[in-house]
Design a protein around this ligand. Structure first.
Ligand code: PLP
Length: 376
């Protein structure tokens, strides 16, 4: 059997990783400013993380959600504390798409409605409702297409108000990334997030903050939507939550009430996943990584803004987009092949920096030196 060929691959095999460094099968070292697509939050093979998972594996790796799992309670308490949403409730699942799928279902169960508002350039995942709220027709299969989702222009308060005036009583949920990732690192304005909060309150719709990529401290706040000073009703999380272990969840406001059987999963919240997620939060807290993301991110953004030829630098904390003109379209490839630095990308020519949250000035300067050489 061969692999189902859906990923265009770099011809690189990673065999070893530590912190923000990875090595290939020939011993070549790379600086990882991509974090395996924003997943590596506390650094590759962090010793506390490895030990916590290893210890748990020797006790019990998995049992179903039909028994008590005290690790889930511990995780909910820790997440409530670190994220500053102690009165919220946690439902655990396995991936970002599944988290958004559950958030959208929960909203619909809550208010009995069907319509969803999403935004241009959004990406919410590849399962049925998640992909239906993703603004990319190429990945929406005919069976996923639905007229229940409206795509409104991102950061356009007037368009949002007009839409609510027209069909506000039918809207179940508004789903938004605080910083769009796949869409090219576009930051939702505070005014826009505040308008979503106000209109959702007025029309009894549910405000879903997709924090799968922009969450878990990456922006310099735990959830990037926190910059706006308003709370969402549901935060979806994945990627950085497990530092590579597949674990995801939704953090749910107290006004949304659970009912037996309403949501469920086989693997979600298993013992190993909880151990991984707890280790991540412990390291984030102990090493002050949200603050570090803000500090190093501010430094990188201000230095990048001084460089010539770049069209625009966007983002917050360690979620940074460097928008390049077409004539510099090879810079990302050269960073990898010549300078041995992994970065992410977004269409058409945006370099995305999504590193582990504990990079320091050394790594930031290494990247800036390489980028300057490419721009020269
Ligand atoms: C904002 C956002 N939401 C949802 C997802 C889907 O997450 P997953 O690939 O874990 O299903 C992604 C993945 O890139 C994402 O960036």
């Amino acid at each position: 059997m061969k692999l189902f060929d859906v990923y265009p691959l770099n011809d690189i095999t990673i065999e070893k990783a530590l912190g923000a460094t990875v090595w290939d099968d020939k011993g070549q070292e790379y600086l990882d400013l991509y974090g395996g697509h924003a997943v590596i939050s506390i650094g590759h093979t962090n010793p506390h993380y490895v030990k916590r998972i290893e210890d748990q594996l020797h006790k019990v790796g998995f049992y179903s959600n039909s028994i008590k799992i005290p690790l889930q309670v511990e995780l909910a308490e820790k997440l409530g504390k670190v994220s500053g949403k102690e009165d919220y409730q946690l439902f655990l699942c396995n991936s970002g798409a599944e988290a958004n799928e559950n958030a959208l279902k929960l909203a619909s169960f809550h208010n009995g409605r069907k319509k969803i508002v999403a935004f241009t350039k959004s990406f919410h995942g590849r399962t049925s409702l998640a992909v239906a709220t993703t603004d990319n027709p190429a990945i929406v299969a005919p069976v996923n297409a639905t007229s229940n989702v409206s795509f409104l222009p991102f950061n356009d308060v007037q368009a949002l108000e007009d839409h609510f005036k027209k069909e506000g009583d039918e809207i179940s949920a508004v789903i938004i990334e605080g910083i769009q990732g796949v869409g090219g690192i576009n930051v939702a304005s505070n005014e826009f997030l505040q308008a979503i909060r106000r209109l959702c309150d007025q029309y009894n719709a549910v405000f879903i903050a997709d924090s799968v990529q922009c969450g878990y401290g990456r922006s310099g706040k735990f959830y990037s939507q926190d910059f706006s000073g308003v709370n969402a009703d549901v935060y979806s999380m994945a990627k950085g939550m497990g530092n590579g272990f597949p674990v995801a969840g939704i953090s749910i406001a107290p006004k949304l009430h659970p009912k037996y059987g309403m949501l469920g999963t086989t693997f979600g919240g298993n013992h190993l996943a909880c151990a991984a997620a707890l280790a991540v939060l412990e390291v984030i807290e102990q090493d002050n990584l949200v603050q570090n993301a803000e500090n190093i991110g501010n430094y990188l953004i201000s230095e990048l803004k001084k460089l010539p030829k770049i069209k625009e630098v966007r983002g917050r904390g360690l979620m940074i987009g460097i928008d390049l003109p077409e004539e510099l379209k090879d810079v990302k490839k050269n960073l990898l092949l010549k300078h041995k630095i992994f970065t992410g990308e977004a269409k058409p020519y945006v370099i995305r920096l999504l590193p582990t949250l504990n990079i320091g000035m050394k790594e930031a300067d290494q990247f800036l030196t390489a980028l300057k050489a490419e721009l020269a």
